[in-house]
Ligand binder design. Structure first.
Ligand code: FBP
Length: 548
């Protein structure tokens, strides 16, 4: 493989660890925990893993540990730093005992069930240190939730002598990891399960998990690109750039990128829902800013759009729920039809009058995209919906009307963009490289201490890495009951943007000014080597949340 000079230099980067993980580690038990809601139901469903104490690590006395065989799984979408979680686990279990072994299940959770794996030796791991991507073992979206899969997985672990699994994933994957931990504990199967918080979306966070890994790098990459586009916009002064950003339901990525780049507008889905805005309200708010800027001669600008926006517009949300329900039972009948028009007509006939009206008012391509295949969790694949193009078209129509009414004198030319895959496999920033390595190392300590049903946690992340607080959080602590596929299920509570949180409040206090001025910020590319205040900086979201 030909490596770039940066790749070669990054291979030699030593990720920073919290001081408690540097030598021998002592584990300190904190208070017993409770789930965030629905305590009685969750306790009943997780009799073996409910209520366990919080754990933190401190410097301790060296003790000898037996060798362990550990299996690791990467689950869901890629996020920068996954390879460092794996190298952290590898170094951590070798520190416990040099004869420990690490196996990687291939292609996501399905690899555990199908017994597809490789042994991750030093040669392999060294090759991937501080690199982006999940290609060391691949990832996948197979859900681990059936007891058949658990039993098959257990059999495969037994064959390899694996006594602990680390599942690196988002809220759904960690929910499933917790169910698996409970199942194995109940069976006395002798396999521990530890989770690790991954997702660029930033929606797996709470009091004990400050951020999911990958969010930092992905946002920095998107912000670099947005900054470049803004500089182009401010130079040519002829385009409005509509930039959709990944993040699934939550708008954390959009908000963070706005804080980093100061665009003219950033729509926050959670606010749209709270204010019960319609699609027309959103379009009008953009058209108003376009018209006001045009009045001072600025026929250009930037609008950031979270990828999940359509799901947060109440009428669209209702439409999507009806589509999910109808398609779940009638997918074959719809797919049997040849043309998209026929498909749309059949689907429309089976919607409520209100949803039918919304569905029929959408541009055809958007209606088609809303009918496309669901992901394995039954959700609309929001990354496939071209909201950015839809909004450009709708704003154009609105401005035409405004022109006729004498409310807009100017030009409007929209350029659509979608940033998602560009950032998910970028080389991890120093923050993600350090954070991920620490999470992996933390997982190895939890394994060495015989823990199960815990998620690796590293806190105080706006401080220097030395002062980071490593430990474990019982996954049941993050759970509540939610309706999924028509049934109440225990799931990790998804963290959406809080409208009374510091990041949003700050944004809300400055956005009107950003809308009219063109005081864009150009963050430039991630820096890996150089002054710490440039290279080790955290996200604005974390800094604001922690009052820094
Ligand atoms: P995870 O929640 O699995 O981390 O995935 C994040 C994400 O990048 C979302 O932002 C996006 O909607 C989705 O994955 C895209 O999925 P796919 O990779 O299957 O196209």
């Amino acid at each position: 493989m030909i490596k770039s000079p940066l790749q070669i230099a990054r291979e030699n980067y030593s990720p920073k660890l919290p001081s408690s993980l540097k030598g021998a580690v002592k584990i300190v038990e904190g208070k017993k925990t409770e789930s965030v809601a629905d305590q009685a139901e969750i306790e009943k469903l997780f009799p073996n893993t409910y209520g366990m104490p919080l754990l933190t690590f401190e410097k301790g006395e060296a003790t000898s540990k037996e060798a362990v065989n550990v299996g690791v799984i990467l689950s869901g979408g890629q996020a920068p730093g996954g390879h460092n979680v794996i190298s952290g686990i590898f170094d951590g279990i070798k520190k416990l005992n040099p004869n420990s072994k690490l196996y990687g299940f291939l292609g996501g959770p399905g690899g555990l069930v199908d017994n597809e794996y490789i042994e991750l030796t030093a040669d392999i791991v060294d090759h991937y240190r501080n690199t982006g991507g999940f290609d060391i073992i691949g990832s996948g979206r197979t859900k681990l939730e059936e007891t058949d899969q658990f039993d098959q997985g257990l059999e495969n672990c037994k064959k390899l002598g694996i006594t602990a699994l680390v599942i690196i994933g988002g809220d759904d994957s960690n929910t499933n990891a917790c169910v698996l931990a409970e199942y194995y504990a109940q069976k006395n199967a002798g396999v521990q399960v530890i989770g690790c918080p991954k997702t660029i979306d930033g929606d797996l966070k709470n009091e004990m998990i400050e951020t999911s890994f990958g969010f930092d790098t992905a946002c920095k990459v998107y912000s670099e690109l947005i900054g470049n586009i803004q500089r182009d916009a401010n130079s040519a002064k002829k385009y409005w750039h509509f930039i959709k950003l990944m993040g699934r339901s939550a708008s954390h990525i959009g908000l963070e990128c706005a804080l980093q780049t100061q665009p003219n507008m950033c729509i926050i889905s959670e606010e749209v829902e709270a204010k019960q805005l319609t699609l027309d309200d959103v379009v009008t708010s953009i058209a108003d800013v376009v018209a006001k800027r045009a009045a001072k001669g600025d026929n250009f600008g930037t609008v950031l759009i979270p990828e999940g926006l359509v799901e947060f517009i109440p009428a669209m949300k209702k439409l999507i729920a009806e589509l999910n329900e109808y398609l779940a039972h009638n997918e074959e009948a719809v797919n049997a039809l040849e043309g998209n028009k026929e498909k749309r007509d059949l689907v429309a006939e089976n919607l409520s009058a209100e949803s039918q009206e919304v569905f029929n008012s959408l541009p055809n391509n958007i209606a088609n995209q809303l009918m496309a295949d669901r992901d394995p969790h039954g959700n609309v694949q929001v990354s496939l919906i071209e909201t950015e193009k839809m909004l450009i078209d709708m704003v154009k129509v609105k401005l035409k009307k405004m022109k006729k009414a004498g409310e807009f004198q100017g030009k409007f030319a929209g350029q659509p963009h979608f940033f998602g895959y560009e950032g998910r496999c970028a080389a991890p920033s120093n923050f993600d490289a350090d954070y991920c390595y620490s999470l992996g190392f933390t997982a190895s300590v939890l394994i060495g201490e015989g823990k199960t049903g815990y998620m690796a946690s590293v806190r105080n992340t706006t401080g220097s890495a030395d002062e980071w607080i490593a430990g474990g959080v019982p996954v049941t602590m993050m759970m509540n009951m939610e309706r999924r596929h028509g049934k109440m299920k225990p799931v990790i509570q998804k963290a959406l943007v809080e409208l009374d949180g510091a990041p949003f409040k700050f944004f809300a206090s400055v956005r009107d000014e950003w809308a009219m001025k063109s005081e864009y910020v150009y963050p430039g590319p991630i820096q890996y080597f150089g002054p710490s205040e440039v290279c080790d900086i955290t996200t604005k979201t974390l800094a604001l949340e922690q009052g820094k």
